[in-house]
Ligand binder design. Sequence first.
Ligand SMILES: C[S@@+](CC[C@H](N)C(=O)[O-])C[C@H]1O[C@@H](n2cnc3c(N)ncnc32)[C@H](O)[C@@H]1O
Length: 380
Amino acid sequence: MKLVATTIQGLEEVLAQELVDLGARQVFVQKRAVEFEGDKRLLYRACYELRTAIRVLLPIEHFRVRHESALYSKIKKIDWSQYMNVNQTLAVDGVTNSKYFNHSKYVALKTKDAIVDQFREKFGHRPDVSVIAPTLRINVHINEDQCSVALDASGDSLHRRGYRRETLEAPISEVLAAGMVLLSGWKGNIPLIDPMCGSGTILIEGAMIARRIPPQKYRSAKFGFQNWRDFDAELWNEIKTTADNKIIDAKVPILGFDKDFKAVRVSERNIMVAEQEESITVARQKFEKLERPSQKGVILMNPPYEERLKTGEIEELYQMIGDQFKHEFSGYTAWIISSNMGALKKIGLRASRRFTLFNGPLLCKFHKFELYEGSKKNAH
Ligand SMILES: C[S@@+](CC[C@H](N)C(=O)[O-])C[C@H]1O[C@@H](n2cnc3c(N)ncnc32)[C@H](O)[C@@H]1O
């Protein structure tokens, strides 16, 4: 089968590597997506085990289209009774990047109309739409005049891992947090520290990577493929059991800090839901007061970018981060993500690696700093 996994812009290569590790063939990187080939086993594994995928799609039709009426008639030509029956429910997600179709919601609406009209004409009544838990989720992607229609094997988006019950402002997506940990190359052999942990996403994704816990282990929602006609429950159980049997214990401390008491409380709750209390410890502490908790370690952090801070304050914050890196954390490696390029410069260290990532709509830099012991050559 030809399959597609979608992701955040900037994580395509990481996702491609995850797919190669799962045994996918013909892996091709696209913008915000990776195409690959595999069988049903790989499809189920992709949904359960990929950390940087948002959706896993099975394309069923591809055609050229420039007008909404043509979209309607081409969608209607597909025999939808192969995939669902009239008493089941559907949802359509539209994605457009086209001068012919400006509104993705409209594309979704036209597609849904074509499908329900087909059922009405054939059976005298139509299936209902369900946004929350549809039987069949359909994805329509239009790039200029190229339209791709796919069944969504993931169902509910894969960033919803099921452990994040509470968030504070500006939480990072679980997919982005996992991507940052994978890009950093941290494998769980030296301590991991997030000194501005917010709701704890980086810590939890880190613990799950170190312990090889499948990212969807705590998901309660069904996957899309579980509603498909060809669903193989035995194969699915085998895949889940095999992946769950690979879980190992944490080898090193994973530590989170935040100056905000509420952040510590929210992190602790999320950590509890993810059953990671044994692996992760969080405490209330300002980064400016934090003393190195171990001889060596990796810092991964997502500080505020600037929202609601007064002019000048954000530069001071990043300058303080740089000072702490230099004076308290020599011997460490630090990774920081931010959309504020001016503030990033205030860290006053030269990055040894730089990636571009998107945090929602925000273009961000993800920088690595090697904090050599007593080294000044690193500083500007
Ligand atoms: C963008 S949020 C982090 C979000 C987090 N990655 C998540 O997924 O929820 C930034 C966090 O930095 C914390 N923070 C800001 N200044 C700090 C400081 N000086 N010391 C420690 N924490 C700080 C804030 O309280 C906030 O929780």
